[in-house]
Design a binder for this molecule. Sequence first.
Ligand SMILES: CC(C)(COP(=O)(O)OP(=O)(O)OC[C@H]1O[C@@H](n2cnc3c(N)ncnc32)[C@H](O)[C@@H]1OP(=O)(O)O)[C@@H](O)C(=O)NCCC(=O)NCCS
Length: 183
Amino acid sequence: MPTVTIDLISEFQLSDSIKAELKELLSACFPEVDYNGRTYFKQLPHYRLILSVDKQIVGQVGIDYRAMNLNNALVTVFGVIELAVHPTHQGKGLGTRLMLEFEQIATTHSNNVDFLFLVTETPAFYERLGYKATTQKVTWLKINQGETYGLGNEQVDDCCLMFKSVGNKHWEDGELDMLGYWY
Ligand SMILES: CC(C)(COP(=O)(O)OP(=O)(O)OC[C@H]1O[C@@H](n2cnc3c(N)ncnc32)[C@H](O)[C@@H]1OP(=O)(O)O)[C@@H](O)C(=O)NCCC(=O)NCCS
């Protein structure tokens, strides 16, 4: 039986060899994205969950932890960045395991996390896990290839924003100021 491990690592602690493996993983999973030699698309995540099979990295999810302004109230948000499972290991439940671990960490620290949040074009994968779609007019910092180029402020309808409650706060459709970049 292969040994599957999931490790929570702070971004600043990543070794060069882990970063090399992550680069390969991300370009295999997101061939349409130009990573330009980076291990992240827009900005460094705060943490990553790294999934290995027999010590080889085959999956990851970045975690962004920040405050956002939802309908004029500050909420604390655990965000999913670049969930990825290598194509040769997809369909074996590993993506689900990463998402369950992500949720478990947030739930363990529910005094500090109000909502899980993500942006996706494949909502069906996350609906199975209890995430719900939300319609928002979003404000965010526009970043591309290492440069800031403006502020977005738009009703978003070309991709799916999804959330899941961790604490007791109520999420409503309306206006979401991401207080930072869009991941
Ligand atoms: C999305 C991804 C992480 C899923 O990982 P995975 O390990 O293959 O997922 P799982 O094996 O845990 O899948 C569990 C279930 O979700 C379904 N599923 C998997 N990927 C899906 C997708 N893209 N859309 C809808 N359903 C999906 C599977 O069919 C499976 O359903 P079942 O339990 O009824 O058989 C992986 O396909 C991937 O890395 N894709 C490329 C990168 C990407 O699109 N990431 C998401 C960005 S939002």
